[in-house]
Ligand binder design. Structure first.
Ligand code: PEP
Ligand code: MG
Length: 752
C-alpha cells in the first residue's frame, strides 16, 4: 500500500469520524461526508445512494451533482451502474461510464459530463445498505489503491448508518423499519406470532475508525491469538471427531492461521479502520462471495470463515451472544442454523423457529417437531433484516415469514391462529372418543415422541400409546455416548410417564443425516443408503448392546416393546433379535428382573423388506412402516432434497399399491402392522392408508385430533371403492379422487 494513500485514507476517515461527532442532523452529516470524500479522492462528484426499500435506491446526498436531484433520483435494484453495484455487491470502475452495459442517463443529475465512474457497495456483513460513487471529469480508471480506499470508506459509512448517524431529515431510509416477507420452506407446520429473538445477535461496532494503526494491529494480533487458542481447544475437546470432523476442524484451524486473511485485515487497519471494522470488512466480502458460490465445499468453507469472523468480532468487542437484554414474551428464534442441543436449551419458551438454512430431516427440525413449534427453513437473509424484538409472524404451513407485518396482515394471521385454536378445541372434545369410522371400523392412533417432554402429550392428545419413540435425540444432544445407567433411568421415566400405555422404543437410528458429534464417521458418497441404523448396531455391537440392556432394565417388571430401524434383510432382524436374547439371558443370569412381556418389531423402511419371505414376517411380533424412508427409496427421491422431495405424491397409485401389498402380506402371516412416518399425520393420507387396510397409525401428537376427526366422518368402504375405481381407470395420482370423497364426507357431516 503506497504511503501517500495510507495517510490520505487515514486523514479522510478521521474527517468522517469528526463529521459523525459534530452537531447537526443526518442530512448535514451526509452532505459534509460527500464533500470530504470528493475532495480526498480528487473527484468532482461523490454521491451516496441508500436503499429506500428492498428494491429501490435513492440518491441521499451528493457533492457535484445537482442538489435538486437529492431524494428525487431513484433507481431500482440492478438498474443503471449504481443499481448493478448494489445487486452484485461488487465495485464498478470505468473510464467510460456511458459505454458500460446498463448505463442509465439521469438528466436531473447533470451526470453526462462525468465519464469516469467508481461505485462500491455500502454493505455490512452481507446486508446491502446502498452504494457510494465517485465520478470525475477526467476520463480515467481509478487505481486499485483508490478502489480499495473507497471500499474502506464505504465500510465506515455502513457502520455509521448502523449507528443511526444519518437518521433524520429523511436522509437515511432505515432498512430495519419496513415490513419484509421471507419465503422459505416448511420445516414443521403450525402458526405463531411473537417477537424476534436472534440466536446470535449482531455485533455493534461503535468505533469504525482507528486512530493509531499500531495499536489496532496489536489489538487484532491479540484477538487472533485468542481465537487460535479457542479453536485449538475446540479441536482438543471434540472427542473422536472422525475424518470429516477433523477435516472441518482443520479448515477452521487453517483459516484461524491464514496469513492472507490476517494481512488483508492489517491493510484495512493501515488505511484507517479499527481492528473490528477491518474484521467486518473482510467478513462482508466473504459473505458477498458466499452468495454467489455454487460449489457446496466452497460455501461450507466460506461459512467457516464467517463463523470465525464472528468469534473474532466478539473477542474484540467483548460482546457475547448474550446481549443482556431480556428474552421477549413470545420469542421466535431466528438463526442461520442451530444444533439440537442449543435448540433444546431454549426449551419450551420458544413459540417458533426460523432458519436461514436447515432441512426437513435435520436434528433441529426433529427437535422443533418434538417441541411442536412451527419451523420455517431456508428463509434466506432474514438475519440481516431482523432485529431483536421485531414483531414476526411464522406460517409453518406455507413456509412464509412476515417480519414487522402491516396491521392488516397481522390481523388476517391472527384470524388463522384463532381458527386453528377453534379447531384444536373441537379436537380436544374428541380426545376420549375412539377413531371409529361411520362404517364402524376403529383405527388405533398413537403418537411419535423422542423427548421426555413429549410424554404429557400422551394424555392431552388422546393417543393410545407411543407408536415410535426415537431414541437418537438423547445421543445427538450429548458430547459423549450416554451411560447405560443414564439411559435406563430415562427410559424408565418415559414408561412411568406413559402410565401403562404402551411405548414402542426404536433402537438407535444414527448415520445418514443423524451423525453423532463424537462418533467416528466414515466418508460415504451416499449416507442415506450407507452405514446407518441397524447396520451400525450390528457392526459396532457395543452401543446397541448397551442400549438393549438399558431398555431391559428400564422395563423390568413391565412390558417392553421395541423395534429395530431400517431392516433391509431378514437376517439383519434375526441377528438383532439374537443380540436382544443374549442380553436378556445375561440380565437373567445376574438375577435382575426381566420385562413381563416382550414385543419385538421391525421397521419396514426399504422396499426390499416388503418382498421378504413369509417366514420373516412370522418372526416379527409387529411391523412398523417407516414411510419417510420407504418413500424416499421407493421413488429414489432424497427426503431432504427440496428439489425432488415434493415431486412424488404419497397418494400416487404405485406407492399406495405398495402399502396395500405390505398390509396384505402382514395380514396373511397374522402380524400386526402400523405406519409411523410423517404421512400418518396428514388426514387425507391417513384416510387412504386406512382404506387400504391399515388399522394402526402413529403420528405427531398435534395430528391426532385432525386425523381422528376425519376418520370419524368417513365410510371406509366408500373411500376404498373410490380408490379402486380410480386405480381401475388407470389414474396415476389418486389424490383428486381421495380428496373429493373426503370433502363430500366433511360437507355431509357438518350438514347433519
Ligand atoms: C420413517 O422413516 O418413516 C421414520 C419414522 O423414521 P425416521 O423419520 O426417524 O427416519
Ligand atoms: Mg426412518
Amino acid at each position: 500500500m503506497p504511503e501517500r494513500t495510507e495517510s490520505e485514507s487515514r486523514r479522510l476517515l478521521r474527517r468522517l469520524r469528526d463529521s459523525l461527532a459534530a452537531p447537526g442532523g443526518g442530512q448535514d452529516r451526509l452532505d459534509r461526508i460527500t464533500h470530504h470524500i470528493a475532495d480526498s479522492m480528487r473527484s468532482q462528484v461523490c454521491s451516496v445512494y441508500l436503499f429506500r426499500d428492498a428494491d429501490t435506491l435513492e440518491l441521499c446526498a451528493t457533492e457535484g451533482l445537482r442538489a435538486e436531484a437529492v431524494h428525487r433520483t431513484r433507481l431500482r435494484l440492478g438498474e443503471g451502474l449504481v443499481g448493478r453495484v448494489a445487486r452484485t455487491g461488487r465495485p464498478i470502475n470505468t473510464a467510460d461510464a456511458p459505454a458500460q452495459p446498463g448505463f442509465r442517463y439521469m438528466p436531473e443529475t447533470g451526470e453526462e459530463v462525468f465519464p469516469s465512474f467508481l461505485g462500491v457497495p455500502i454493505q455490512r456483513v452481507g446486508e446491502k445498505l446502498g452504494v457510494l460513487v465517485v465520478q470525475s471529469r477526467e476520463a480515467r480508471e481509478y487505481t486499485e489503491d483508490e478502489v480499495y480506499g473507497l471500499e474502506v470508506v464505504a465500510m465506515v459509512l455502513a457502520e455509521m448508518a448502523e449507528l443511526g448517524a444519518f437518521l433524520g431529515n429523511e436522509a437515511q431510509p432505515s432498512t430495519h423499519r419496513f415490513p419484509a416477507v421471507f419465503r422459505g420452506d416448511t420445516g414443521q407446520e403450525g402458526a405463531a406470532e411473537g417477537q424476534v429473538w436472534l440466536h446470535e445477535p449482531r455485533v455493534v461496532i461503535t468505533n469504525p475508525v482507528g486512530d493509531d494503526p499500531d495499536k489496532e494491529r496489536a489489538r487484532l494480533a491479540e484477538a487472533v491469538a485468542m481465537l487460535r487458542q479457542t479453536v485449538d481447544q475446540m479441536v482438543a475437546e471434540t472427542e473422536m471427531p472422525g475424518a470429516e470432523g477433523e477435516a472441518v476442524l482443520e479448515a477452521y484451524r487453517m483459516f484461524a492461521n491464514s496469513k492472507s486473511w490476517l494481512r488483508r485485515m492489517e491493510e484495512d487497519i493501515d488505511l484507517g479502520l479499527s481492528a473490528e471494522a477491518a474484521v467486518e470488512k473482510e467478513q462482508s466480502q466473504a459473505r458477498a462471495r458466499l452468495e454467489s458460490a455454487a460449489d457446496p465445499y466452497l460455501r461450507d468453507r466460506l461459512h467457516d470463515l464467517d463463523d470465525l469472523s464472528n468469534r473474532l468480532l466478539r473477542i474484540l468487542t467483548g460482546q457475547g451472544s448474550d446481549t443482556g437484554g431480556a428474552m421477549p414474551a413470545n420469542p421466535i428464534l431466528v438463526a442461520r442454523n442451530i444444533g439440537p442441543a442449543e435448540l433444546l436449551d431454549y426449551g419450551r419458551s420458544l413459540r417458533g423457529v426460523v432458519l436461514e438454512e436447515g432441512s426437513v430431516g435435520s436434528h433441529a427440525a426433529i427437535v422443533a417437531r418434538a417441541l411442536a413449534i412451527p419451523l420455517v427453513i431456508h428463509a434466506a437473509r432474514i438475519r440481516s433484516e431482523a432485529l431483536n424484538g421485531d414483531p414476526i409472524l411464522v406460517d409453518g404451513d406455507s413456509g412464509i415469514v412476515h417480519l414487522r407485518p402491516e396491521e392488516t396482515v397481522a390481523a388476517a394471521f391472527r384470524d388463522k391462529i384463532a381458527m386453528q385454536a377453534e379447531a384444536q378445541k373441537m379436537y380436544a372434545g374428541l380426545r376420549d372418543l375412539p377413531a371409529t369410522a361411520r362404517c364402524g371400523t376403529t383405527v388405533r392412533l398413537c403418537m411419535n415422541a423422542g423427548l421426555m417432554a413429549d410424554l404429557p402429550s400422551l394424555e392431552g392428545s388422546g393417543a393410545e400409546g407411543v407408536g415410535l419413540f426415537r431414541t437418537e435425540l438423547q445421543f445427538l444432544t450429548r458430547t459423549r455416548v450416554p451411560r447405560r445407567s443414564e439411559l435406563a433411568a430415562l427410559y424408565a421415566r418415559v414408561l412411568d410417564n406413559a402410565h401403562g400405555k404402551p411405548v414402542v422404543f426404536r433402537t438407535l437410528d444414527i448415520g445418514s443425516d443423524k451423525v453423532l458429534p463424537y462418533m467416528k464417521r466414515i466418508d460415504e458418497p451416499n449416507p442415506a443408503m450407507g452405514w446407518r441404523a441397524i447396520r451400525v448396531g450390528l457392526d459396532k455391537r457395543g452401543v446397541l448392546q448397551m442400549q438393549l440392556q438399558a431398555l431391559i432394565r428400564a422395563a423390568a417388571g413391565r412390558p417392553l416393546h421395541l423395534m429395530f430401524p431400517f431392516v433391509a434383510d431378514a437376517t439383519e432382524f434375526a441377528s438383532a433379535r439374537a443380540m436382544l436374547d443374549e442380553q436378556l439371558e445375561r440380565e437373567a443370569a445376574t438375577g435382575r428382573p426381566l420385562p413381563t412381556e416382550l414385543q419385538v418389531g421391525a421397521m419396514l423402511e426399504t422396499p426390499s423388506l416388503a418382498f421378504a419371505a413369509p417366514a420373516f414376517f412370522r418372526q416379527c411380533d409387529f411391523i412398523s412402516i417407516g414411510g419417510n424412508d420407504l418413500k424416499q427409496f421407493f421413488f429414489a427421491a432424497d427426503r431432504e432434497n427440496e428439489r425432488v422431495r415434493r415431486r412424488y405424491d404419497t397418494l400416487s397409485a404405485p406407492f399406495l399399491n405398495l402399502i396395500e401389498m405390505i398390509v396384505a402380506r402382514c395380514d396373511a402371516e397374522g402380524v400386526p402392522v402400523s405406519f409411523c412416518g410423517e404421512d400418518a399425520g396428514r388426514p387425507a393420507e391417513a384416510a387412504a392408508f386406512v382404506a387400504l387396510g391399515l388399522r394402526s397409525l402413529s403420528m405427531r401428537p398435534a395430528s391426532i385430533g385432525p386425523v381422528k376427526s376425519l376418520i370419524r366422518r368417513i365410510d371406509i368402504g366408500e373411500l376404498r371403492a373410490v380408490i379402486d375405481a380410480a386405480r381401475a381407470a388407470g389414474e396415476t395420482n389418486l389424490r383428486p379422487a381421495v380428496t373429493a370423497v373426503l370433502a363430500r364426507a366433511s360437507a355431509s357431516a357438518s350438514a347433519a
